[in-house]
Design a protein. Structure first.
Lengths: 500, 365
């Protein structure tokens, strides 16, 4: 038993030191939210008539899209003519634009033909008869239908109708040029048929995992075209250099991705798109697919760097006040519990260092923003962490007053106190979990930090505070000088009892 | 002070049951005042909830403080002010009246710089966010009620929900009464209060259950008396935790807003402070009194009550339980092993070739 306790202690200390040094080593820093450090704001203007309801709907779609992780905490509001989006911590304005997006509907179209970037040669016409099919590529291959194209050989935005053949190209990053044009068949399926899209790390590569909805407008439609593409029929012919036909996923007139179909039919939730994705591009693609549809078309008018909304003066005051408050807590707890108080502070430091590591890591890697709301969650969590210690220490005192020796009280009291702490913390965790799953925006950020801090409190109590006090209790010092530990002397009970 | 000293020494000087009735009256009054204030004057919702007017003023070199000063006459404290690309100051005020907005525009034109755009903006915290949060809250209450019912008991679940509801209502009531501005941070503060209050109540209930589990079987005490002992024993914990939780908030209030003048933090801190105090109070006085009232109606405690009444111990006075009587072992701390003493009884046949049964004595004549 004691050796396991010692193992816990060494383990948790190593872990917290590792957390701090890795954070420093990787240069991770928490990403401060819009209210604390400012960011980029993008003004979007609606094209054509848009009533308030449509704009409100657009706000929700954009919120879902930008808030992919759910804790970046963008600030999104309706303006007179469009939508204003502010993103925290983003200093790259093109990336901000990319994230906000202005896209309309997601469309699944079969790839009929691949053309070179520049329209110079006439397409080779196919011959024969494929039988009559509703959404076949055949008409365009035989030249029966010629897709409307503009001067650059691409279908213009206003001619991009769901039921037509179109010529489109890949989504271009700034600085990229067109490498190919794709002749695409009529839309087989829209974003309505898609229920989810995630970035997954499978077989050591980043992939995008699609989940379709059930039924005719979901997986059935997808499988119908998949069978044709797999076989490479006239509905979905094989392009040179490929083994199977392709389905293009088109958003706002741009081909997001055009994967080859490698199976005749798919499970509803197991459609994996692989390719040269890295983590960022897989996540961005999944995000774009997930939140495809905007009720109106929006055009980005300008992007601007904006300062913090809380104001530096308030932020500075908040930090100073927080430090003063923490010092006051430390003073109080050490004055009251003496050496036990020091253990409580060390326990707070352990959970604090782990929390800092996690926040900094998530902030750098996943765009988790630390807002005023998050800071509040943490401040409250400090109170709760200290409480775990207080519950235990008070139990310890009581047991000693009940006539037990300090040594024998330690084991007993920890068991009872820890069971109380688990009960109370579980309620907090339930709250944090539900708020995280069911809400959006600032409330989610709060829930995340509350949940994290609560779990870390349990960890620090079980693996640091408990074993540490156990270790101290074994020393003869503990036995002979209970007052230094803020504990009543053994037998104090009798004197008080008899004085009555 | 004497009470505190005794509490520190682990005695039970507080007579909680005597305070319960008053606490219920005070809480009911506070809730009524809160509800009344909310019905009459409502809440002072900030720009994040209601939208307002946004002004963009070209004023290179002007600071946020300058802009705030220019807005002094127009509720500048509550305006959201940002610098944009260091050239433009964006002021979002909660003013929705176009005439007043035009007046502010003229004022800014004269005092800060050329107003480039001014337009109505919608809320950033839309009704969607609120309705989702409300749905989450209701789910939370239901799940937590189940959880407390399973881990403790349903009467305590009811008590905890009443206490949490009371804390939230009173905190919101303070906001309504003093017309403090409600911002998203305030909503977070309310959620925080809720979490804190629930946590506190469960810690208190667990103590009650421990004491009742240990001493209830002696049938010598009423439920309220056991509850009183538990509350006394948990008082020091509640006090210390309230102090450690409140210290950072008080520091935010005193250091942050009075010494450093960051008034935007002030209201936030007020909400948290009220919540922490009310949260601790409601666990000790409100949640416990409700559970005691419900539990004393149970047949078991009724029986004990009549038994004690027959002995001449009336329920008017709460007897405090002596430390030596309270020191019964807690079953949770000892691991009960299933030793031979606890093995189940078994009936076996006597082996046929063993000792034969003693023959019946022959009766002598």
């Amino acid at each position: 038993m004691p050796s396991r306790q010692r193992l816990y202690l060494i383990g948790i200390l190593l872990l917290s030191v590792a957390s701090l040094s890795l954070t420093m080593w990787w240069g991770n820093e928490p990403l401060l939210g819009l209210d604390l450090q400012g960011g980029v704001s993008v003004r979007l203007t609606a094209v054509g008539e848009a009533d308030e309801e449509m704009l409100d709907q657009a706000v929700e779609v954009i919120r879902a899209r930008v808030d992919g992780l759910g804790v970046a905490e963008p600030e999104i509001s309706r303006t007179a003519t469009g939508v204003m989006v502010s993103l925290p911590g983003v200093d790259d304005q093109t990336r901000a634009l990319e994230l906000v997006g202005t896209t309309a509907e997601l469309r699944f179209r079969p790839v009929c033909e691949t053309l070179p970037a520049v329209a110079e040669q006439a397409p080779v016409l196919a011959q024969g008869d494929p039988g009559d099919a509703p959404a076949s590529c055949w008409p365009v291959l035989t030249g029966e239908v010629i897709p409307a194209t503009g001067a650059n050989g691409l279908t213009a935005h206003e001619d991009d109708h769901a039921a037509d053949f179109v010529v489109l190209t890949d989504e271009l990053m700034p600085g990229e040029t067109i490498t190919r044009r794709l002749v695409l068949g009529p839309t087989i399926l829209t974003g309505d048929g898609l229920s989810d899209a995630d970035a997954d790390f499978v077989d050591f590569t980043w992939q995008v995992n699609l989940t379709m909805k059930e039924g005719a407008t979901g997986i059935d439609a997808f499988n119908a075209i998949a069978a044709e593409c797999f076989a490479g029929t006239a509905y979905c012919p094989v392009q040179s250099g490929y083994g199977n036909g392709q389905v293009a996923l088109v958003l706002d007139g741009q081909v997001i991705t055009a994967p080859q179909i490698r199976a005749t039919s798919f499970q509803r939730d197991a459609i994996l798109i692989s390719g040269s994705f890295d983590k960022q591009s897989a996540e961005d693609t999944a995000l774009a697919l997930r939140y495809g549809a905007l009720p109106i078309e929006l055009v980005a008018e300008n992007t601007q760097l904006v300062s913090a909304t809380i104001g530096e003066d308030a932020l500075k005051a908040g930090i100073i006040a927080g430090l003063v408050g923490l010092a006051a807590v430390a003073l109080f707890i050490v004055a009251y519990y003496r050496i036990l108080g020091l253990v409580a502070l060390a326990s707070l430091a352990v959970s604090g260092s782990l929390l800092w590591g996690i926040i900094a890591h998530l902030g750098t890697q996943s765009g988790l923003a630390l807002t005023l709301a998050g800071v509040t969650g943490i401040i409250v969590a400090i109170g709760v962490s200290v409480d775990s210690n207080v519950v235990y220490f008070e139990h310890l005192k009581e047991d000693i007053r009940d006539g037990r020796t300090a040594r024998s009280s330690v084991d007993r009291a920890f068991k009872i106190a820890f069971s109380t702490i688990i009960k109370a913390n579980t309620a907090s965790l339930i709250g944090a979990g539900l708020l995280w799953w069911l809400t959006v925006g600032a409330v989610r950020g709060f829930a995340l930090y509350l949940g994290l801090a609560t779990i870390l409190d349990l960890v620090a109590t079980k693996f640091f505070m408990g074993p540490m006090i156990d270790l101290l209790a074994r020393s003869s010092w503990f036995k002979h000088h209970p007052l230094r530990f803020g504990l009543p002397a053994d037998g104090a009970v009798k004197t008080i009892g008899e004085a009555k | 002070m004497r009470t505190l000293k005794l509490l520190y020494a682990g005695e039970a000087p507080m007579d909680y049951p005597r305070w319960w009735r008053r606490a219920v009256v005070v809480s009911a009054a506070a809730v009524l005042i809160s509800l009344g204030s909310m019905a009459l004057q409502g809440l002072n919702l900030g720009i994040d909830f209601e939208g307002g007017t946004s002004f963009e003023v070209r004023a290179p070199g002007a600071s946020v403080a300058d802009a705030r000063e220019a807005m002094t006459n127009y509720n500048g404290e509550e305006a959201r002010i940002q610098t944009v690309d260091d050239q433009v100051i964006r002021i979002r005020s909660e003013v929705t009246d176009p005439a007043l907005a035009a007046e502010i525009r003229d004022h800014l034109n004269n005092n800060l710089g050329a107003v480039e755009t001014f337009e109505q903006v919608g809320p950033t915290w839309g009704s969607e966010v609120t309705s989702k949060a409300l749905r989450a809250l209701i789910t939370f209450f239901i799940v937590v009620a189940f959880y407390i019912t399973i881990r403790l008991e349903w009467k305590m679940a009811l008590g905890a929900l009443v206490a949490v509801g009371h804390d939230i209502l009173v905190s919101i009531g303070v906001y309504s009464l003093f017309q403090l501005e409600v911002t998203p941070a305030t909503v977070i503060a309310f959620l925080t209060i809720m979490g804190y209050s629930l946590y506190d109540t469960i810690v208190v209930y667990d103590k009650v259950r421990e004491i009742v589990g240990r001493l209830g079987a002696t049938e010598r005490y009423r439920y309220a008396e056991l509850m009183n002992l538990a509350l006394n024993r948990v008082s020091m914990r509640s006090l210390n935790t309230s102090i450690t939780s409140a210290l950072p908030v008080v520091s935010l209030l005193i250091v942050g807003s009075w010494l450093l003048g960051a008034t935007s933090l002030q209201e936030f801190a007020v909400a948290l402070l009220v919540g922490i105090i009310v949260g601790s109070y409601s666990s000790l006085f409100l949640a416990s009194s409700l559970v005691a009232a419900l539990k004393s109606r149970e047949p078991r405690w009724q029986q004990i009550d009549t038994k004690l009444n027959q002995k001449g111990l009336t329920s008017e006075e709460t007897r405090s339980i002596d430390r030596r009587d309270a020191a019964l072992p807690d079953p949770r701390a000892t691991n009960r092993s299933a030793g031979p003493a606890r093995s189940k009884p078994v009936a076996t046949m006597r082996p046929a070739n063993g000792v034969p049964p003693r023959p019946r004595k022959k009766r002598r004549n």
